[in-house]
Design a protein around this ligand. Sequence first.
Ligand code: ADQ
Length: 476
Amino acid sequence: MAEIFYGKFIIVSNRLPFECEIHDEDISIKPGSGGLITALTPILKKHEGVWIGWDGDLNGKLSADILERETASFDYTMKSVSLTAQEVTNYYDGFCNGTLWPLFHDYLGRAQFHRSTWRIYQDVNLKFAQNIIKYAKKEDFIWIQDYHLTLVGKHLRELGAGQKLAFFLHIPFPPWDIFMRLPWRKEIIEGLLLYDSVGFQTAKDCRNFVQCIRRLLPEAKITITKKRIAIGYSGRQITVGAFPISIDFEEFNAISQTEEVEKEAWFIHENLPEKKIILGVDRLDYTKGIPRRLRAFETLLEKYPELREKAPLVQIVVPSRTTVPEYQKMKQNIEETVGRINGRFTVKGWVPIHYIYRSLSRMELVAYYRTCEIALITPLKDGMNLVAKEYCASCVAEKGVLILSEFAGAAFQLRKGAILVNPYNIEHVAEELYRAIQMPLPERRSRMRSLRNAVRRNTVFEWMDNFLQATGLKLG
Ligand code: ADQ
């Protein structure tokens, strides 16, 4: 039986949901972007909540008072965890993004294993737990987000937290033969088993997690039912399940129908008057498959010269991890490829790739979603991919075609309406692009209707309710 829950939501993630720029005495704060922020913001807006995370300030200028003043318009409370530059280097750049991120996305060759970064990862997880304890009351629900904070639950238990503790992993959980390479594999698995519930994006991630438990902790008692997995370990019961994250469908659907978006969408198409615009939208990351996507577009223009001057690609990239040299190189590589393809196919009055490297407002982004005939979303591996769902929710005219990678978590839910592709097969992606461009309107309509229904039925609010229920809680 689910217990009725009257407390506050306490959401904890590595970063607070804003970007902060500090120049001398000037502090400016603007909303951040990224999948975790898109998904969790509507939940905290709807329910009284507190968001705890690192504020991104390395100079100690963002005091609690300034944070409160600057985020007064955010509709929920924020509490910051301060990190030192050394912690950021070792915990965030080092263990989170140098070890766990590549390993969990199957990039074994990129994963680094350093004892020093692991040690600081544990220290920072303890620091988060100490901060949470300061703000959490016993009736609150503490929900830890993502791979940066796997051990926070363990530290909270050690500090005596009696609340329900839950954990959700936004990225994939890797197959056991990849995960087992991690020198601290047992510590991470045992840490996760100290939560009351652990959620993954897909059933495959759950299966991978269970296989790791079987190999590392043979004494764990695993009971698998159709909907959930119960794990008995060390005298505790843990619920594990697949909870595909989503978006606030109605918000995107409504914004897309505003006059402001309609005008902006018209303006975009007017400036690109060709018949079919292909759209790519990603956070800058090697997992998103941007260089291969550009090559698929190049192959399309090579094979089908009649599409030149008719089907441009708009590639929007939101900056990410900008201080990491590898990400700077990746940006350079993308920009060189864009330059090379544009150099090859540009003719008077027509540029094949329109490249935008900056964060856009929600309104601007939705205008692109609304007006572009094809979304080309081809990550090499992705926990879910919310851009795919946002595109469908914003496609109010039901004319758009979604081309989606088989390796995005969203592929399972969206498989009926989307064209699924293997992003490693560049020729095949080019062929499917051609098919999408030629697709007759009735087929586009029926596919997009099915996609929109799939997203409308499973919004981020259903995601939250299902997760709470699995944790044994119900909203009061
Ligand atoms: P991300 O890797 O950030 O998320 P994704 O789910 O696609 O990936 O979300 C990206 C978000 O950034 C979207 O909400 C999109 O609107 C926004 N965005 C992209 N480009 C933008 C731009 N130029 N300006 C403004 N906003 C932009 C991680 C995992 C995913 C998982 C999510 C949620 O890697 O697999 O789906 O968390 O769990």
